[in-house]
Write a protein that binds this ligand. Sequence first.
Ligand SMILES: *Cc1c(COP(=O)(O)O)cnc(C)c1O
Length: 381
Amino acid sequence: MNDDKMNILGSLPTPCYVIDEQALIHNLEVLQYVEQQTGCHILLAQKAFSAYHVYPLIAQYISGTTASGIFEARLAHEEMGNKQVHVFSPAYKDEDFDYLTTICDHIVFNSFSQWKHFREKALKCKNVSFGLRINPEYSEIETDIYNPCFTNSRLGITLDNFEENELDGISGLHFHTMCEQGSDTLERTLKVVEEKFGKYFSRMKWINFGGGHHISKPDYDVERLIRCVNYIKEKYGLEVYIEPGEAVAVDAGYLVCTVLDTIKNNMDIAIVDTSAACHMPDVLEMPYRPFIIGSGDAGELKYTCRLGGPTCLAGDIIGDYSFDSPLNIGDKLVFTDMAMYSMVKNNTFNGMPLPSIYLLKADGQTKLLREFSYSDFKCRL
Ligand SMILES: *Cc1c(COP(=O)(O)O)cnc(C)c1O
């Protein structure tokens, strides 16, 4: 990162998330290229990133969004113009379903019982296309909580449970079995999907490859993805949808914080004004250690320090880092890759204030998108 950008980030009130418009555009250009080379449709999975202020920008590059339920679907409907809105939920409520049929282009069911429950209503909706999520029982994800194919998974219909006589009114199949993976994983997954469910493809209009594709990461083999999409399109005449969350917003944002105190307990410890538990819950849930600009691994640079948040949770530890000089009260630290799965997952445990959200525009200007206050804590209780 250049010094100018660091100075801009360091000048903002903390804690704050900063969406990097230039980095976002870079990701969107890669996704747009895939659409252009294949004619497939790419949808932002809003659960990863719902900063709707930049939806008009996103809409310039990709086909639309997908939602996990009624609120995300509504957000897309309200904020992304007339782009496509898709939704998948493990189960829909009767009262939500009617509304969803008025704002969604695709509605994907998780089971034949959900399909049969809503079928009569669904068949009356001429503007909505209905699909089924399948579970190909093949996944290369090793962490169970991120693996929709783990034993007894509730997500998707396995071949054993597939009711081929109940397909009238269904026009698509959806699978989501990947997480931060390459197109080689997709290629192997597609082979299994095709072997197991290929016999139903001729009765479908579309297939959705789900999310988890690391498309905009530098080492991702985009050309292989393009071959996979074109193979399915040409062999079966299906429209292809891909719904990445991470690939839209990866490496497109920061979380800036300030050091509040430095203490010792066998090692140096710094307390910062951001919390792993509240502002970056994936650090504890995955878990992983987010990168800080200018830092090294513990022991790598001269001064090693553990960073923790200001909550009461003993485990509110962001990680151990090393720096060229000791941390001082008032120092600013910049965590990278904080646009995705951060703003959408944060919380006010301990009454922690929520970080504001800024946009760092491509021309270097910053714009405050959202600021939070005491009432954001109080009004949820
Ligand atoms: C989580 C999820 C996505 C997006 O996943 P990313 O890893 O962020 O790309 C897409 N579709 C479904 C059904 C999901 O559950």
